[in-house]
Design a protein around this ligand. Structure first.
Ligand code: SF4
Length: 181
């Protein structure tokens, strides 16, 4: 990990982020844009780093599971019956293909617990602007590539994600492993 990247990420996440969130408290219509900006800036910095992650975690939000599905996935995503009614099936297959860990978090507390248990070297995280930016801040200095979810039915319900973007992020970390070996 490059020291200057760690330093700049620290500045962005621990100083710029709270300042922008304070500004967002006054400019409410801009808050999500500020959060998305932090995610983009973080991704840009992570992709300039020389990380060599051995253990990669794909971390997903609970709202990506079909709201009518009765399977409880929080502690074991592999309980999914892979019916294909939501993206969970495809995301599990992606994780299997690339041999990365996969987990679902119902909120920041569970996400922190998962990260503490799995102890990944790098994370590909999917969530909304708010959860993604705060999650990236919480898990610093772990390198995180954040991907914003898509919300065709509004926030927090039956969300989805662009699978290509998720796969590209996983592959980016994997290629770093291979390049630096
Ligand atoms: S793919 Fe899995 S999580 Fe999604 S609806 Fe089907 S069983 Fe439920």
């Amino acid at each position: 990990m490059k020291v200057w990247i760690r330093f700049v990420r620290g500045f962005v996440l621990k100083i710029l982020y709270p300042v922008l969130m304070l500004a967002g408290a006054f400019l409410k219509s801009k808050k999500a844009q500020f959060q998305a900006y932090i995610v983009r800036l973080n991704n840009h910095l992570v992709m300039r780093d020389s990380v060599k992650p051995e253990k990669i975690l794909l971390l997903l939000p609970h709202c990506i599971q079909n709201s009518k599905c009765d399977v409880r996935l929080t502690f074991d995503v592999y309980k999914c019956r892979r019916c294909g009614n939501c993206r969970i099936k495809d995301l599990i297959e992606l994780a299997e293909t690339h041999h990365v860990s996969i987990s679902i978090a119902t909120g920041g507390t569970i996400a922190r617990k998962v990260v503490k248990e799995i102890r990944p070297d790098a994370i590909v995280a999917v969530a909304c602007e708010r959860d993604l930016s705060s999650g990236i801040v919480d898990t610093y200095p772990i390198p995180v590539l954040g991907i914003l979810n898509e919300r065709p039915f509004g926030p927090c319900i039956d969300t989805t994600v662009n699978l290509n973007k998720v796969e590209d992020a996983i592959k980016w970390f994997i290629n770093r492993q291979e390049k630096l070996q």
